[in-house]
Design a protein around this ligand. Structure first.
Ligand SMILES: *Cc1c(COP(=O)(O)O)cnc(C)c1O
Length: 390
């Protein structure tokens, strides 16, 4: 096999050999007891990951399908949804809600900043909201949401908390049994995809509903959906030998492997590791004279959006990096051409990130900037070493 690229975009992320090997296992029938056993196991692992006593759904799809499942099974036509948006993926909830005739209001932050929680509090007083969405980390801006502040505000207002974990799950703790200041204040729904911090190829939609969210689904009666109606999947998740739609057999093999790795490392350790990656990468970029879009206090541990210095051409920069085998992403909307995004999550290692830092330094030098690559690498290593010592 050719030397692999270092895929440091905000998903998909580097897939390691153990996971590729699991993908390549024999494709069996979906009712074969040997497969059913594995599927059942991954459902239990998913419950463990989110520490939920509710139900989880693991089906073929992507993060967007998981978003749709979360919304369509909790908020009915004409009901109110509030979207807390820290960028592009927050806005996606708005489009989605409109497609289902849900009344949607959006609190949109400046890109790179968090929404002021007092505005959330005030907005929730204006009408009865059925649910509020929070994007745990926003993939367009590299801003992380403050769950400790937001969850109690939302629960106090009586709305469901829907957490988009697509670029956070398996990197940041998403503990559905955690209470936020009151025994009833918990995250109600978490949704995610396979290709970001879980470290798999794309192809799985993963959603967890707690008992409150399941009750909300019951109260809705019929929902305008079929494949993403969780009622069609509940029986399958309880007994995966039953059939509704063919599960993605090989992705389920890979998911088992990926979650073995996640649960063995443990979520607390993983969160610490990701926080260190984020700090380290941003310290290295600052050493190169480049500024992250998000301030350090609100920066996501899983990916960073880095503003180019004056005069760096986006396409030239990223192409030169790609020639060195390092793939980073461009930016979205009004930041297109002005910033790049680098993912640092999942099964990405400090060694991979060091290679990327070195390549970024070389490309900057090539473009006429004077930078000190060693200094940037040291800035990165200091953060990583500190985290290991803690
Ligand atoms: C990537 C992403 C999505 C969309 O996931 P797809 O798998 O591309 O459908 C949704 N939300 C967030 C926060 C994401 O990062």
């Amino acid at each position: 096999m050719d030397k692999r690229d270092l895929l440091l975009i905000p998903g998909p992320t580097p897939v390691i050999d153990e996971i590729y090997e699991a993908l390549a296992l024999e494709t069996r029938g979906h009712t074969d007891p040997r497969f059913v056993e594995i599927y059942k196991h991954t459902i239990e692992q998913t419950k463990q990951l989110f520490q939920t006593d509710g139900e989880v759904f693991v089906i073929a799809g992507t993060g967007t399908l998981a978003m749709e499942m979360a919304i369509v099974n909790t908020v009915g036509k004409g009901e109110n949804l509030l979207v807390i948006s820290h960028g592009y993926f927050g806005d996606r909830f708005t489009q989605l809600a409109k497609a289902y005739d849900i009344q949607v209001d959006v609190l949109q932050s400046e890109w790179g900043e968090q929404i002021d929680p007092s505005i959330v509090e005030q907005t929730l007083k204006t009408k009865p909201y059925k649910a509020v969405t929070i994007t745990h980390a926003d993939t367009s801006t590299g801003v992380v949401s403050d769950l400790d502040t937001l969850v109690p505000i939302i629960k106090k207002a009586g709305a469901l908390v829907i957490l988009d974990g697509v670029v956070a799950t398996a990197a940041l703790v998403e503990n559905m049994s955690k209470t936020y200041g009151h025994p009833d204040y918990k995250i109600d729904v978490v949704l995610t995809g396979s290709q970001k911090a879980i470290g798999m190829p794309p192809g799985l939609a993963i959603v967890a509903f707690n008992q409150t969210a399941l009750k909300a689904r019951e109260q809705l009666g019929q929902v305008p959906a079929y494949y993403c109606d969780i009622k069609n999947w509940q029986q399958i998740m309880e007994d995966p030998s039953k059939y509704f739609a063919t599960p993605p057999i090989n992705l389920i093999y890979a998911y088992k492997e990926a979650l073995d790795i996640v649960l063995k490392e443990g979520m607390e350790k993983r969160e610490k590791r990701h926080i260190a990656y984020g700090r380290g990468i941003r310290a290295a970029m600052r050493a190169y004279g480049m500024q992250p879009l998000a301030k350090e206090e609100v920066a996501a541990p899983t990916l960073s959006c880095i503003l180019y210095p004056e005069g760096v051409d986006d396409a030239t920069f990223r192409n030169a990096l790609a020639l060195r085998g390092v793939i980073v992403a461009g930016s979205l909307a009004h930041l297109a051409g002005k910033a790049f995004r680098i993912g640092h999550m999942g099964n990405t290692t400090p060694e991979m990130l060091e290679i990327a830092i070195e390549a970024i330094g070389e490309v900057l030098v090539e473009q006429g900037y004077s930078v000190n690559i060693e200094k940037a690498k040291i800035a990165f290593k200091e953060e990583i070493e500190q985290a290991v010592l803690k």
